[in-house]
Design a protein. Structure first.
Length: 128
């Protein structure tokens, strides 16, 4: 689920995105991760030349226990993490199509029972 608010007089975009992830059991280990909630909030300042810059805040929270023998020994192993980082975008027209790029980096902090680190992604999309 996502919601975006555009403030045209400031060329500002505010977006909230909420995802739920459901996992199946790993047949080799008989381990199944719990259901995860992922909430992201981002703000991007857009410029007339097509570039944009902003920041992202992320909260990933496991809402149910993991399942399996190892998870039982670890008391469900419910995890969570918080993250924050920059995002850079570029949008342009390509004929009648729109070409969009974005690069983002999210640094994790206050991590519990999850992999801690930095996430980086680069996305290119063509809307026609």
């Amino acid at each position: 689920m996502a919601y975006t608010k555009i403030i045209p007089e400031a060329n500002l975009e505010l977006t909230g995105i909420w995802n739920m992830y459901f996992y199946t059991e790993n047949p080799a280990t008989h381990y199944q991760s719990g259901i995860q909630s992922d909430l992201e909030v981002l703000a991007i300042k857009r410029f007339k030349n097509g570039f944009g810059i902003g920041f992202i805040e992320s909260w990933i929270q496991e809402v149910t226990d993991d399942e399996g023998r190892l998870a039982d020994r670890l008391n469900g192993f419910v995890g969570r993490s918080f993250g924050i980082g920059p995002i850079v975008t570029y949008s342009t027209k390509l004929g009648k199509s729109h070409l969009d790029f974005n690069a983002r980096w999210i640094h994790d902090f206050d991590v519990k029972n999850a992999v801690e680190g930095d996430g980086f992604s680069f996305v290119a999309s063509l809307k026609f």
